[in-house]
Design a protein around this ligand. Structure first.
Ligand code: PMP
Ligand code: GLN
Length: 381
C-alpha cells in the first residue's frame, strides 16, 4: 500500500528550493520560552539521557494530570490514565492502530488533518468526512448524520481545528457528544491547539457529560510552547483505553525524548498567564496577516484559533484551482501557502479557491509576505 507524501513536506520542499517565504507548514520562526529550553539542558546535564519509562517520566504524567484538572476540571490518575508519546502524531497513530479494526469506520471533520486518513486506512478502516463548508465551517446534525453509519466506531475530532481556525462551540460539541453516546462511539480528540484560542473558549469533548469514559484526549507541547521539533505529546483517558494505546505505542517507539519529557513537565507548570500572553501575541499576528492579505485583495475568512488563517484567492486570481495556484505561488509571488483542497476528501466545491496561511512568524516576515502577495496581485489585474 503506497503512502501519500505529506503536503507539508512538499510545500516546505518548495520553499527551500525557491527561497520563498514559508507560510505553508505551521511552525514558528522563534523558539518557545527560555525557561523550557534551560530545563531541557539541565535535564541532560542531570543525567536524564536514557530510555524513559514506557508510560513516560512520572513528572510529565503528573504535570499532564495537573494541567487537565486545573484547565478543565478533568481528573486523571497519572499512573494509569496518561501515556506520553512522540508528539500528538504518535498518540493519534497508536490510538487508531489500537482501536480501529478491519471494516471499521472513523468519522472526522473535513477539512481533515493530513495524518488521520493514512493511519485509519493502515489499520484496515476507512475515514468518512463530516463535511464543513466555508465561510462558517460549522458542524451540523446533517453533516454528521451523512458521515455516520452502522460501521462507525470512532469520532476523531480536532478542535481548535486545523486548517480552518474554527474553535467548535458548546452546541456543536453537545451535538457530537449526544451522537457518540447514542451510537456508542469512542472519541479521540486532537487538542494540540488548545491554548491557541483567540475568540471563544476551548472545551474538551471529554468534559461533557457522559464523554469522559469514552474519550481519549490528545495534546502536545509543540504548538502551545512554540517547540514543534520537540515532539513530546500525551494521550489521556480511561485506563482501559490508555492501556490499549500503550500496547501499540511500546512497539512503535517504546520510549524516548527523556530530557525533553522533563522539560515538558516544567512547561506545563508555567503560569497560565504566560500561556495567555503568548496566545495574545499570536492573535496580533493573525490580525496583522489578515490586514495584509486583505490589502493584497484576498478575501480573508475568520480564524478563532490555531496558527492558521484562510483566504479566498478568487478576488485576485479569478475562479481558480488553489492547488495549482499554490504550486505556482512560490515561483510567481515568493510565498508558500497550502490549498485547503489538500485537506479535503473531495477537493472540489466552494473551498477549492481557499488557501491556508500560517501566521506563527515574525512580524517582518508576515509584512514581507503580504507585500509580495500585493505585488503579485497587482500583476494579475
Ligand atoms: N494534529 C494537528 C491538528 C496538527 O496541526 C499537528 C501539527 N503539529 C499535529 C496533530 C501533530 O502534532 P505533533 O507535532 O505534536 O506530533
Ligand atoms: N501541523 C503542521 C501544519 O499543519 C505540520 C506538521 C507536519 O509537518 N506534520 O502545518
Amino acid at each position: 500500500m503506497a503512502a501519500p507524501t505529506s503536503i507539508f513536506s512538499v510545500m516546505t520542499g518548495l520553499a527551500i528550493e525557491t527561497g520563498a517565504i514559508n507560510l505553508g507548514q505551521g511552525f514558528p520562526d522563534e523558539d518557545g520560552p527560555a525557561a523550557i529550553l534551560d530545563a531541557a539542558a539541565q535535564a541532560m546535564r542531570d543525567g536524564h539521557n536514557q530510555y524513559a519509562p514506557p508510560k513516560g517520566v512520572p513528572a510529565l504524567r503528573e504535570a499532564v494530570a495537573a494541567h487537565q484538572s486545573r484547565s478543565y476540571g478533568l481528573s486523571l490518575d497519572p499512573e494509569t490514565e496518561v501515556q506520553v508519546t512522540f508528539g500528538a502524531t504518535e498518540a493519534l497513530a497508536a490510538a487508531l492502530l489500537a482501536l480501529v479494526d478491519h471494516g471499521d469506520e472513523v468519522i472526522a471533520l473535513d477539512p481533515t488533518y493530513d495524518s488521520y486518513r493514512p493511519i485509519v486506512e493502515r489499520a484496515g478502516g476507512s475515514l468518512r468526512p463530516i463535511v464543513l463548508e466555508p465561510p462558517a465551517w460549522r458542524v451540523t446534525e446533517e453533516s454528521v448524520l451523512q458521515a455516520l453509519n452502522p460501521r462507525t466506531r470512532i469520532l476523531l475530532l480536532n478542535s481548535p481545528h486545523n486548517p480552518t481556525g474554527r474553535v467548535l462551540d458548546r452546541s456543536e460539541l453537545e451535538l457530537l457528544a449526544a451522537l457518540c453516546i447514542e451510537h456508542d462511539l469512542i472519541a479521540i480528540t486532537d487538542e494540540v491547539y488548545e491554548h491557541l484560542v483567540f475568540d471563544g473558549e476551548h472545551v474538551p469533548l471529554a468534559s461533557l457529560p457522559g464523554m469522559r469514559e469514552r474519550t481519549l484526549t490528545v495534546s502536545s507541547i509543540g504548538k502551545t510552547y512554540a517547540l514543534t521539533g520537540w515532539k513530546i505529546g500525551w494521550i489521556s483517558g480511561p485506563s482501559e483505553l490508555v492501556a490499549q494505546v500503550h500496547a501499540i505505542k511500546q512497539f512503535l517507539t517504546f520510549s524516548g525524548g527523556t530530557p525533553l519529557q522533563h522539560a515538558a513537565a516544567v512547561a506545563l507548570d508555567l503560569p497560565d498567564a504566560d500561556i495567555r500572553a503568548a496566545a495574545d501575541v499570536l492573535a496580533g499576528k493573525r490580525d496583522r496577516l489578515a490586514t495584509g492579505l486583505q490589502a493584497a485583495g484576498l478575501d480573508v475568512l475568520p480564524s478563532a484559533g490555531t496558527y492558521f488563517l484562510n483566504a479566498d484567492v478568487s478576488p485576485v486570481a479569478g475562479d481558480t484551482n488553489a492547488t495549482e495556484l499554490c504550486l505556482r505561488l512560490p515561483h510567481d509571488a515568493g510565498v508558500v501557502a497550502i490549498p485547503i483542497a489538500a485537506f479535503r476528501a473531495n477537493p472540489g466545491g466552494p473551498a477549492r479557491s481557499i488557501v491556508r496561511f500560517a501566521f506563527c512568524k515574525r512580524d517582518e516576515v508576515l509584512d514581507e509576505a503580504c507585500e509580495r502577495l500585493a505585488a503579485w496581485g497587482a500583476r494579475q489585474r
